[in-house]
Design a protein around this ligand. Sequence first.
Ligand code: NAI
Ligand code: ISE
Length: 344
Amino acid sequence: MTLRFGVVGTGAIGREHIDRITNKLSGGKIVAVTDVNQESAKQTVEIYQLDAVVYPDDKALIADENVDVVLVTSWGPAHEATVVAAVEAGKYVFCEKPLATTAEGCIRIVEAEMKQGKKLVQVGFMRRYDSGYVQLKQVIDNNEIGAPLMIRAAHRNPIVGENYTTDMAVTDTLIHEIDALHWLVNDDYKSVQVVFPRKTKYSHDKLQDPQLFTIETNSGIVMSVEVFVNCKYGYDIQCEVIGEEGIVKLPEFSSVVMRKDEKLSTGILNDWKFRFMDAYNVEIQDFIDSITKKGEPEGPTAWDGYIAAVTSDACVKAQQTGEKEAITLQERPAFYNEKELQTV
Ligand code: NAI
Ligand code: ISE
């Protein structure tokens, strides 16, 4: 069986996913595309030599009976409407982060999905498929370092554009840690506080950079997460979990070690595309395989999208108030209890 994908949004990551589904993975095929920029949609069909219909909008694409899965890679604010419409039409959905830009929007998706009586939606939190994070999770789940007490993490991008603002450090960037860290320790968040250190000269008026988030979980684990998006030197993701019996750290991305000019050096990547290339491949292959074999996606759920949205709102509020802000989730519906927080 081949899953037939319709893609909404043919920008950077939309094209990356089209390329991997078409040329790298198995069991999926792109049969339809759309973009508010119709030229981009048409170009994408040409570049990847797709046998796909170009639709004027997401509604027309969702209505195509040849589309089994809607791949949502448009801008964040457009996600909710597309996901709700696709779920109501009974289609599977793979949605890039954020699932929706508000917690209320995520709840609307959750309700639409529960009405269909089965899981249809997976959110693109690819860190859960990165081999380093998977190893960290195994160590924690096997109780090898005892109870986790603290986490030190960093999300560093070499540079961001002029349109990247202070809140985007949360909604665009920290959101990956927000998802990955509660999944790692299997605990929900309780509160967050933000500190702004001295600002780098490479930032601009509308961006406080770097930022330091202190996030506490219900069991009392304290996580210190740095977001620094003009760090200059590369794309660098760090995570260290300090437990009662030991410490475990995300492996460095593997790279050759060079001896040259009286120096010993290893490269650092400069883009998320390269750092998480394998994770994106595993993530989408797993999405295809679990639907094909089990009839449901098994990765991060719409409820995980909701947790991320609530936490992200609290983090943005904490940026504004400087105070410790509560992170309060609704009760998890039983629908999302089964097979929750999956590993690969
Ligand atoms: P982009 O700006 O390169 O592409 C977005 C495309 O969506 C554009 O071509 C735009 O014209 C189109 N679009 C916007 N609204 C639309 C609508 N209502 N209907 C149809 N098309 C629409 O952005 P990029 O970087 O590809 O990001 C897309 C999404 O993927 C964002 O939500 C972003 O946060 C997420 N993302 C996730 C990453 C990850 O690591 N998981 C990495 C990069 C992006
Ligand atoms: C981007 O949208 C992503 O999702 C990347 O994974 C992240 O590292 C980057 O900061 C975001 O802008």
